[in-house]
Structure formats: C-alpha cells, structure tokens
Design a protein around this ligand. Structure first.
Ligand SMILES: N[C@@H](CCC(=O)N[C@@H](CS)C(=O)NCC(=O)O)C(=O)O
Length: 216
C-alpha cells in the first residue's frame, strides 16, 4: 500500500510534504479542508483523533501524527536514512530544533496569531493575544538565528529538521515579518531547492515572490 498523507496547503504539513518529495516517495495526498472543518468529520477523526494535520498513514496502515515524529520517522526509516543526521550530537540538535519549532514557535507563537480565539474567548482581547504571539515568534527566530550562526543547515548536512524550520519561516514571510540574517539565509537556501519550489507550486504559491524581504 502507498503511504497516505493528510495535509492542508500552506500549513505545517508543508514540512512533511517537502520531506516526502525530497525522499522521492510515492504517496497519496489527501487534502483536509481545515476552514471547512473537515478535520472534525468522523472519517478524519477515525484516522487522527487529534483532529489536526499532518497525519501519515504508513504502508502497514498505522498512522503517525506530530510534525517532529513524522519527520523523524521519514528521515530515519526512509531513503536509507539520507535525511537524518548520522552523528549523535547532530541527531540531538535536529530533534531539539524540531521540538522547539513545533512546540514553541508554532504552538505558542503562530497559534496565537492565527487562532487567538483558542486562547481567550473575549474577542476584544484578540489583538493583544496576537501581539503576544508575534513577540513569541520573534523570540523564537532570535533563538533559531543563533542555532544557524556559522552554518548552512540546522544539524550538519541538509536534514528533515531544515524542512521543519522552513514552515515557520514561510509563515513569517506570508505575514510580512522580517527574519534575522541567518534565518533569512536559511529560508532562501530552502527556497533555492528545486523540490521546495515544486512543493510550493503544488500547494498554490509562487516561489519567485517569496524571500524578497530584507533581514531584520
Ligand atoms: N503539534 C502538532 C500541531 C499540528 C497543527 O496544529 N496543525 C494545524 C495546521 S498547521 C491544524 O491541523 N489545525 C487544525 C485545528 O487545530 O483545528 C504537530 O506538530 O503536528
């Protein structure tokens, strides 16, 4: 059985989409329409009771969720491990960065910007929740900027961790947020990868219009 990939264009699943294509995997893409609430429909909840994307149904029918876990499994188990670092220190740093991006920069920062109502019901407070999210995102990029000091990729050679960092860089670009120098260089290096361009086009974006804003 081919793998089934549950995704939404322009979301955090873009990281997994890039990894699948970088690995030249053959998979079925299933688009989950989040604005329409398809993630809460019984047929999707049967696949992922967490009601979120990405989810990856593997060839044995088991389902993986959570960006860092899916990225780890794909990087380590597929393509002869070519997208997973070889040295323990790099493996650990790759995991550290993926957890930070998914848990903090996305989970605390961008989540407040995109869905302030999940944090406080009173809509008069949504502006301040969004501002708090923006501050958390900026703090996150300042930390990633240090991680990327003097290096092209997050952990040694290009790895799944770079695709994970990419999705928050891409969101910042879409929100017209300037990225710090090393993060911007990383984002542009990702945009220069043919697979990344291909995935962005498949998801409905124009790669040539991205990465234009100067550093913070
Ligand atoms: N911790 C999860 C977060 C996944 C997540 O928040 N996905 C968003 C799209 S980027 C989603 O499905 N949101 C739908 C919802 O929460 O209703 C992961 O790393 O995979």
């Amino acid at each position: 059985m081919n793998m089934k990939f549950y995704m939404t264009p322009g979301s955090c699943s873009t990281a997994i989409h890039i990894i699948l294509e970088e690995l030249e995997e053959v998979f079925e893409a299933h688009i989950v329409n989040l604005p329409a609430g398809d993630n809460f429909k019984p047929e999707f909840l049967a696949i992922n009771p967490k009601a979120n994307i990405p989810a990856l149904m593997r060839p044995d029918g088991s389902v993986l969720t959570e960006v860092p876990a899916i990225a780890f499994w794909l990087g380590r188990a597929r393509g002869r491990g070519k997208l997973w670092p070889k040295e323990l220190e790099d493996e650990t740093r790759a995991m550290e960065t993926m957890c930070f991006v998914a848990g903090s920069t996305h989970g605390h920062g961008f989540a407040r910007i995109f869905a302030p109502g999940n944090f406080v019901a009173d809509s008069s407070l949504h502006g301040s929740i969004k501002a708090q999210g923006r501050a958390l995102v900026e703090k996150g990029f300042a930390i990633l900027n240090k991680t990327l000091e003097g290096r092209s990729w997050i952990a040694g050679d290009f790895s799944v961790a770079d695709a994970v960092v990419f999705y928050v860089e891409f969101w910042a670009d879409k929100l017209d947020m300037a990225l710090p120098k090393n993060v911007l260089a990383h984002y542009r290096a990702m945009l220069a990868r043919p697979i990344v361009s291909q995935v962005l086009r498949e998801e409905g974006y124009r790669p040539d219009t991205l990465g234009q804003k100067g550093p913070k």
